[in-house]
Write a protein that binds this ligand. Structure first.
Ligand SMILES: Cc1cc2nc3c(=O)[nH]c(=O)nc-3n(C[C@H](O)[C@H](O)[C@H](O)COP(=O)(O)OP(=O)(O)OC[C@H]3O[C@@H](n4cnc5c(N)ncnc54)[C@H](O)[C@@H]3O)c2cc1C
Ligand code: FES
Length: 247
């Protein structure tokens, strides 16, 4: 799918939880779950754009869910509806959703929930039965917006909601035919290994620092059994069996 580069109108940019914001912008092309955009504030002192996954999309708009980490995301959080933001995308591959009718587990950790909400909703539309596991350090966010047909399991390491501990402690891969995950590498490594042991297909969405976002600079490479691959162009979604994840 070709990508577009444009100055997009911000429709909404609001805080949804501590350090977590949702930004909705005008965008009229199709996107697939797992794809991402490179975003930059026009007069930003940060030279590079920042990658953000598609959190929600319809025919007229796309939304991003982002955590304020450093300068780039902080600048995003200060932007207002009506302002324009530079966006380039959709970029990267996507989760393969061609497993119709299968029982799928979607597993996220922290802000890794962003692409997984869109994924879970699309899987449901494509006749999958979906269980959504989302782990958080503290207070959960965005767990109540999923379709009621999706069963949601929550964990919090601080014990403020759901299971007190890690999300991997309440996940049993044997109950599923298909697993998809996004979050911190140590969590995804556990999920991928659990699936490998039971021979269950597992798709992993990787995160790396990025510069160009389109395969040219090699800043974002990750290790796989078939050599180094670019997260922005060959990924961000990889086969869990193929990835070599270092904590
Ligand atoms: C394909 C992809 C999709 C992403 N989707 C989302 C999303 O939907 N929502 C979201 O909140 N974030 C997402 N991220 C991460 C997001 O791009 C970074 O948090 C953001 O670039 C940080 O920029 P900053 O200027 O705020 O922080 P910086 O000042 O650049 O960095 C702040 C801190 O974050 C670390 N950091 C910066 N970039 C990354 C990175 N790519 N991975 C890990 N640590 C990083 C830095 O080491 C530093 O400690 C995604 C990253 C990738 C590669
Ligand atoms: S960010 Fe440049 S090759 Fe991936």
């Amino acid at each position: 799918m070709p990508y577009e580069y444009l100055k997009s109108n911000i429709i909404l940019n609001c805080k949804v939880s501590e350090d977590i914001f949702e930004m909705k912008v005008e965008f009229k092309s199709n996107t697939e779950p797992g794809q991402f955009f490179m975003l930059r504030k026009n007069d930003s002192p940060t030279f590079l754009s920042r990658p953000l996954s598609v959190y929600y999309a319809d025919k007229e708009t796309i939304s991003f869910l982002y955590q304020v980490k450093g300068k780039g995301t902080q600048l995003f959080s200060l932007m207002n509806p009506g302002e324009k933001i530079d966006i380039m995308g959709p970029l990267g591959n996507s989760f393969s959703t061609a497993f119709c009718g299968k029982k799928t587990a979607v597993i996220s950790g922290g802000i890794g929930i962003a692409p997984m909400v869109y994924l879970a909703q699309e899987l449901l539309k494509r006749d999958n039965s979906v269980d959504f596991y989302c782990g958080f350090k503290g207070m959960p966010y965005c767990t109540d917006i999923l379709d009621k047909k999706i069963k949601v399991f929550v964990s919090s390491q601080e014990g403020v909601a759901g299971h007190h501990g890690l999300i991997t402690e309440i996940f049993n891969p044997s109950a599923y035919e298909n697993v998809m995950t996004c979050g911190p590498v140590p969590m995804m490594k556990i999920v991928a290994n659990m699936c490998k042991e039971k021979n269950i297909p597992c798709q992993v969405s990787m995160e790396q620092h990025m510069a160009c976002g389109m395969g040219a600079c090699l800043v974002c490479t990750c290790e796989t059994e078939h050599g180094m691959k670019r997260v922005c162009k060959d990924g961000p979604v990889f086969d869990g069996k193929e990835l070599i994840m270092n904590d």
